[in-house]
Design a protein. Sequence first.
Length: 328
Amino acid sequence: MSDLTPTTPNPEDERSGKTRQLLGMKGASAGETSIWKIRLQLMKPITWIPLIWGVVCGAASSGEFTWTLENVLMSAACMLLSGPLLAGYTQTLNEYYDREIDAVNEPYRPIPSGAIPLPQVITQIWVLLISGNILAVLLDTWAGNSFPTITCIAVLGSFIAYIYSAPPLKLKQNGWFGGYALGASYIAFPWCTGHALFGELNWKIVVFSVVYSLAGLGIAIVNDFKSVEGDRQFGLKSLPVMFGVDKAAWICVTMIDVFQIAIACYLIYIHQQLYGAIVLLLVIPQMTFQDMYFLRDPLKNDVKYQASAQPFLVLGMLVAGLALGHAG
């Protein structure tokens, strides 16, 4: 005889599902009714963290940051620009253009679930975009920049975000171009913004952050594993679709590790041996967690891998930023 006893929902699982929903993570639960929580979910707060951290790394690489109240407030405003405003704009825009794919991959998302009308989503996109670019202008003025460097970065980043998600270009249709656009958004743009806030942005910092973004390409690939089914159905050529799940996982971790090692070697080359050695040491636990979780089952363990291995990547970014600031 089958067991027809109704199961009682686990309160802990329910709380976990709601938290994941609010942060915009995989494995969320549906049913949120608060319009402000739904708006926050559209902006995927979990994705703000690397951009906020990128601002910190840029401030460190400038070599000009000091712990004054004004500098802390400037940093906080810059983090607001890179995270909640422009990253929020990017994620909301992506949700809007991916609503049909999300109906397959993540039907609990706000738009495919019908939790928020499309006109309200469009309004949110414009509010975040305009607010972010206005704040960029104000930060240039606050920093006393003779050239509007931060504004230019914000405008360029906003444009890249649009062509990443929107047709006809829709860069995310190609795993390489789309992944690198995402990697640059995570690392190069916030890094250069943080640097320009406190110092003079130069071509060496731009090139350094652009190269570091190749490691960010590996991070971007991780985000594609949760969407393989829908991407394949709608013809999006993400790397897991193009190469298969296992091979794409190896490409992902190789990109992250190789370019971090290259960054460490560069730091040693510019006579920042201690910082270079620290970056190399941080790669070891990162590779260990890659093998323990991600390479063994990319589809099941992508979130666990991000939580365990990627902190060593972002710590390495800060070490590199401090090295550049120290080198002058």
